[in-house]
Design a protein around this ligand. Structure first.
Ligand SMILES: Nc1ncnc2c1ncn2[C@@H]1O[C@H](COP(=O)(O)OP(=O)(O)OP(=O)(O)O)[C@@H](O)[C@H]1O
Length: 452
């Protein structure tokens, strides 16, 4: 963290890195024939990501496994080609560099990884490992000078200069990460991309590496893009944070703002799972358990990608029940959409207890298992609709079941939300959040208004 920044990167310089509409799709197939026959699938690893990283700040990216954090890092550094979008580095388009400028970008932007050992050649001594990038970039006039620089970097990261003679396996995990950091520093980078650099380490070692990175940042005026799934690590190190879900940024804010006034329901759910650090502060936060698995990035939900799991999904204008009832019905809709109900298995389970199982029993059991609240809570016409859906599921007629339930359970959240700025430097992609809300108005009051 840069102490000169007021935790939010409020500086007037142009950003060091500016990303606009960055998209990375992977084509997944079993081979050329699949591609030829059109059987290949598209993995939406990253979609339409916009962000700016200011000089000297630590920009955090957080999200669950598979949300696209590493893809973002690897696309920024050029390991993956972007499918669409722009990466501007010091006002130059980094997706379109060649020759000297490309070499300069590759020198300026360095990366460290979660597992340092896999990025360190086990057959090379630490000295050889540290000299290699200098050789590739013509840094240092002689081998002696490069070796001297390698020793200086080892000292800088808290290791001994004579460690140049040792091999990676002779070090602990924390020391290996220090070697990886030293190697990145040999090129005097301006931006260090750290992809989960502490998540494989013991907690005490994690703290040492985080302190080392902070010290290096102050000493070398480094800009850091820090990727983690651990919110407490991000809270400790980052000036600003982007929260990712299924390849998209849901919320981006200065760290203190994000932790104290999260706006997006996904951020709120993530934060609710973090144990309270300050036990003196009686700030009770109920844990939000998100129902359902993260959807596949091959077929991500339309609109807000979080809507299928969102505890605050917005009912349509015509909905006259409660939000909780709508949410439960929408959960059933999602299970039917994903064909996640197995009526044969339900029948077998029921028959193990009772010989005379009727279709009505199976329908009731389907609704007991897949509708999070009791069917009796709904008006008669919706109950009838649920039973008809269950009949179609038993018949294997998924498309009938799907179109029947989507008539009632359709949400405005299935449309892409605009990004809004509820306060300066804080952007959120959620229909519940208003641009510059008037003082005293909470986001959840929107729901009340809709349903009143
Ligand atoms: N080379 C690839 N080919 C196909 N799919 C990929 C490739 N790399 C990543 N993906 C997919 O893209 C999605 C995003 O992966 P990514 O590794 O960026 O997520 P992540 O947030 O870094 O997760 P983790 O913390 O587990 O590494 C995942 O569904 C992943 O399976």
């Amino acid at each position: 963290m840069n102490s000169d920044l007021n935790r939010g990167g409020q500086i007037s310089d142009p950003p060091l890195l500016k990303v606009e509409g960055l998209t990375k799709h992977f084509i997944q197939s079993d081979g050329l024939l699949d591609r030829f026959l059109g059987n290949a699938e598209t993995v939406h690893a990253l979609d339409n990501v916009d962000l700016e990283i200011n000089k000297g700040e630590t920009f955090g990216v957080v999200g669950e496994s598979g949300c696209g954090k590493s893809t973002l890092a690897r696309t920024l550094i050029g390991i993956h080609d972007a499918t669409e979008g722009q990466i501007k580095y010091s006002d130059r388009d980094a997706t379109d560099l060649s020759g000297k400028q490309l070499k300069e970008y590759r020198k300026d932007v360095q990366m460290i990884f979660q597992d340092p050992l896999s990025s360190l050649n086990p057959r090379q001594s630490v000295g050889t490992i540290l000299k290699a990038p200098m050789e590739a970039h013509d840094i240092g006039d002689s081998d002696e000078e490069r070796m001297k620089r390698a020793k200086d970097q080892l000292r800088r990261v808290g290791l001994e200069p004579n460690h140049v003679a040792r091999y990676p396996h002779q070090f602990s995990g924390g020391q290996q990460q220090r070697i990886a950091i030293a190697r990145a520093l040999t090129l005097e980078p301006k931006l260090l991309i750290a992809d989960e650099p502490v998540s494989a380490l013991d907690v005490s070692v994690q703290a040492q590496i985080l302190e080392l990175l902070q010290g290096l940042q102050d000493e070398l005026e480094l800009t850091i893009l820090f990727i983690a799934h651990d919110l407490s690590v991000i809270r400790y190190i980052a000036d600003r944070v982007a929260v990712m879900y299924l390849g998209e940024i849901m919320e981006l804010a200065p760290t203190s703002k994000l932790f104290e006034e999260p706006k997006h329901p996904y951020t709120k759910a993530l934060l609710s799972a973090v144990p309270r650090i300050n036990r003196d502060v009686r700030e009770e936060r109920d844990r939000t358990i998100l129902r359902g698995a993260v959807p596949s990035p091959i077929d991500p939900p339309s609109g807000c990608r979080f809507h299928t799991r969102c505890p605050e999904i917005i009912p349509p204008e015509k909905w006259s029940g409660t939000q909780e009832e709508f949410k439960a019905g929408f959960d059933l809709r999602t299970r039917i959409h994903n064909e996640e109900i197995d009526p044969k298995a339900i029948r077998t389970r029921l028959e193990a207890k009772n010989e005379n199982v009727t279709e009505k029993d199976i329908k009731e059991q389907i609704l007991r298992e897949s509708l999070p609240i009791q069917v009796g809570a709904y008006p008669k016409e919706i109950q009838d609709q649920f039973y008809r859906c269950a009949s179609h599921v038993i018949d294997g007629d998924w498309s009938e079941a799907q179109s029947l339930i989507q008539d009632t359970f359709t949400s405005p959240c299935q449309q892409k939300p605009e990004r809004v700025e509820p306060s300066p430097k804080h952007t959120v992609a959620c229909l519940r959040v208003e641009q510059n809300p008037p003082a005293g108005r909470t986001d959840s009051s929107l729901v009340t208004d809709r349903n009143s």
